[in-house]
Unconditional design. Structure first.
Length: 246
């Protein structure tokens, strides 16, 4: 049985999470609730949960304030939040799950099912991911690091160090000048995350960091990266790609 705690200063919001858990996640047991930072810390210490459903904005402070007071963090966190563009980007880039208020059944089911599969590796990396989350959240509009989920756990990479990305079915390969990282997500998910940070999909299976493009050869429709790598530009992407430079 997976133990969970709900920390939210709204009674109605806590009731929604509890009801959804009872109906759609019977492998998760809500062992306690709290309505603020200090009471939240108390129930975490008392019950040692596997998961904490944590509201971002509360009357007594933020969910981040609570996590800053716990060391080490040995549980996975699902953030509960009203819509905030920068917060959502920070969660996504830092590999944290989140639920938007009002919480929908489908969103809840999707996130807890994913948690059940990866809970052990998530808990092992939560402290490092939280530091990246705080760093990303503090740089509103300019995410600097990406947490990449792989078969062994997670790896952290600077956005600027990514040269290009290659899709491989349900996996994605990240290439830097020093290493290759294999991610357990498809390339489409990373296109959504990175497109506004200077990345462009030049082919069905290839995304490039435009800052690291050195040349374009029209005759062969090839992009030359700053490390000499040659990558094909598909015909349907050619016009949009060239518009980034002209």
């Amino acid at each position: 049985m997976i133990k969970a705690i709900i920390i939210d200063d709204e009674q109605g919001a806590r009731s929604v999470i509890r009801n959804l858990t009872e109906k759609h996640a019977q492998h998760i047991k809500i062992v306690a609730e709290a309505d603020g930072i200090e009471t939240g810390i108390e129930v975490i210490k008392q019950h040692e949960p596997d998961i904490v459903f944590l509201d971002i904005q509360m009357r007594t402070g933020t969910g981040f304030d609570l996590l800053e007071k716990i060391d080490p963090i040995n549980f996975e966190v699902i953030f509960i939040t009203a819509y905030n563009e920068y917060a959502l980007q920070a969660f996504q880039f830092s590999a944290f799950g989140y639920l938007l208020k009002p919480v929908k059944t489908n969103d809840f089911s999707q996130i807890v099912n994913k948690l059940e599969t990866h809970l052990l590796s998530l808990k092992e990396t939560v402290n490092q991911r939280f530091r990246i989350l705080i760093e990303n959240y503090g740089n509103e509009g300019e995410i600097q690091k990406l947490v990449i989920a792989n078969m062994k756990g997670f790896q952290i990479i600077k956005i600027e160090d990514i040269n290009w990305i290659q899709g491989d079915g349900n996996y994605t390969h990240f290439f830097t000048n020093k290493k290759k990282i294999i991610a357990a997500k498809n390339i489409g998910e990373y296109e959504k995350l990175l497109s506004e940070y200077g990345f462009f999909r030049i082919h069905q299976s290839t995304i490039v960091n435009l800052r690291n493009v050195e040349e374009y050869h029209k005759s062969g429709e090839l992009v030359i990266m700053n490390n000499g790598e040659q990558l094909k530009v598909s015909r349907d992407k050619k016009k949009a790609f060239l518009s980034k430079f002209l």
